[in-house]
Design a protein around this ligand. Sequence first.
Ligand SMILES: Cc1cc2nc3c(=O)[nH]c(=O)nc-3n(C[C@H](O)[C@H](O)[C@H](O)COP(=O)(O)O)c2cc1C
Length: 341
Amino acid sequence: MAPCHGAGPDRALFAVGNPAPLRLAPSAKNSHLLVLAPLEGITTAVYRRVVAEMFGGLDGAIAPFIGTIRGLKRYAYHLRDILPEANGQEPLIPQILGADAEGVAEVSRACAGLGYTQVNWNIGCPIPNITRKKRGSGILPHPHLIKKVLSRACREGLPAFSVKLRLGLEEKDEWREVLQVLNSFDLDFVVLHPRTGRQMYRGTPDTAAYGAFLGECRHPLLYSGDIRSREDLRRLAEEYPETAGWLLGRGYLSRPVLAREIRSGETLEFCMKDIAAFLGVLSEEFLKNGADASWVLGKMKLYFGYLKHGADDTAAAMEFWGRLRGCTEWPLFEAILAGDL
Ligand SMILES: Cc1cc2nc3c(=O)[nH]c(=O)nc-3n(C[C@H](O)[C@H](O)[C@H](O)COP(=O)(O)O)c2cc1C
């Protein structure tokens, strides 16, 4: 097993730069990009910077969604996660959630104002409060509304547009009409998570439906859903070699060496000591960013809830979880991380 690199406190300072685009290879189909999936409240700027620095292996990330905002008053708050000064030099694509054409165009313009040349539109979110308003996957049964938004957003002078979707809201063949609309616009790429909105995260991704979508999609297509190991990706890549890239979500959260494992074809070491070092750097960065210690402690439990599934030494991870779960004091958290408890 090759060791996990860079897991230590004295790493280089994070570089800050202008937003870089995520470039697909010249023949985009089959370019095999590895992209960090957007997970709202989880793959935020601090997390993205820390994993890029400590684990590497990703070509870039799609940021969690920014909702379209009426009145523009809350822009500063909603855009803060994608501010260039909060992000490193890894390519990053902001994501927009909304069903109103003007709102989507407005957020696109705000992203362009920050230097972004690409934006992604989320029409896959399954949360009932959102789908009820025909946002996220709630718009999938209404292809004419999708057309309306794209007609407004795919315009000269606005960032290049890509779309992330599910197979449908209720039915897993709703994509057929949606894809006819998507195929009639000039899109950067499409990402498909082959579940329906109603399914939320239950069941397994319908890879056969993914294959059917791939056959009819005229845009480069990226796959998202349940890639937990390099073996999972190898199987999918063998079956769907025309795929332009892969989004790594919960599998990456559990095992942030995953992207490098996929690239190297080797199993890397990922033990509790690597996880403790990672949580140490992550919590330090959140604190430096001005977050409150008890909030950071809650976040560390959230991240460890994923990481405990990816550790090589499962017994040690479960023991650590036993101590972390009930921890409410910051000094206690530091002692747990240092292995003093
Ligand atoms: C907690 C959580 C938050 C998510 N937030 C977003 C989001 O902001 N935008 C988006 O397009 N997808 C979001 N997703 C979906 C993921 O990007 C991804 O498509 C899905 O989790 C399947 O991939 P995975 O099995 O690799 O995690 C979210 C998923 C989860 C579990």
